[in-house]
Design a protein around this ligand. Structure first.
Ligand code: URA
Length: 239
């Protein structure tokens, strides 16, 4: 048994809050009856309709997680430590789309849709990922230009990026920047910052393409809506 609004959001109809509005405003039928009650519970056999369209739970699952620091970003850890998969309440075999380091927090997609995951992670797709970066020392405008125009890492130049200084804290000798990159090379942000002779103290991914962390606290997750999945497919299928 599952609350109706949770069922709708887990099927990707809309966010939990929007699903509640659909129920209250009389758009949702269970079997043949309009249900306005938020506490209503449905089981596997119930047929749920939104505006008379039958809603089916897809076998594909898509989650957006606000990953905390100190959680491993893989399906299994050989030392038995907690992984991002342990934070998601599902029996299905899901996996992260790309990676965030153990000490990086922020937006992580998880799915069991291998096709979408492969396409989004492929280097030919320039999905913009924005990181909020706390840096030891004072970063100059010249450093910012270097980050933007490309830096040789392991013999290969990084693609054009966008960087902006959010705050310079002279008293504590720290700089806060936002860096948008379109690649997903190993430890890329940390290596880029090292190459301008600074060290990353904190790293958080704040957006992935059009998706951000709005409405989520650290450790929380939500399912993607059908519209968001379609948008990701559009991006992934762009040549
Ligand atoms: N770049 C890094 O260095 N680490 C991450 O986790 C993500 C991007």
């Amino acid at each position: 048994m599952e609350r109706l609004q949770k069922y709708l959001s887990s099927c990707g109809v809309a966010s939990r809050r929007k699903s509640e509005e659909l129920i209250i405003n009389g758009h949702v039928k269970v079997n043949n009856e309009i249900i306005n009650e938020l506490g209503y519970k449905v089981n596997e056999k119930d047929k749920v309709y939104v505006d008379d369209v039958l809603i089916k739970r897809s076998d594909k699952l898509y989650f957006l997680l606000y990953k905390p620091e100190k959680i491993i970003c893989s399906v299994k850890d050989e030392k038995g430590r907690m992984t991002v998969i342990d934070l998601i309440d599902t029996e299905e075999k899901i996996f992260p789309v790309g990676r965030l380091d153990y000490d990086t927090s922020g937006l992580l997609l998880l799915t069991n849709d291998g096709e979408l995951s492969n396409k989004l992670s492929h280097p030919s797709h320039h999905v913009e990922k924005t990181y909020s970066v706390k840096i030891d020392g004072i970063v100059s405008i010249n450093d910012i230009r270097k980050l933007e125009s490309g830096i040789i890492l392991d013999g290969i130049k990084t693609k054009k990026a966008h960087a902006k200084i959010i705050k310079t804290d002279k008293k504590n000798n720290k700089t806060y920047i936002e860096l948008t990159i379109t690649e997903g090379r190993n430890h890329q942000v940390k290596k880029m910052i090292e190459s301008i002779n600074h060290k990353v103290l904190k790293l958080k991914r704040i957006s992935y393409s059009f998706l951000n962390l709005k409405g989520l606290s650290i450790g929380e997750y939500r399912t993607l809506t059908i519209k968001e999945v379609k948008q990701l497919y559009n991006i992934a299928n762009k040549k």
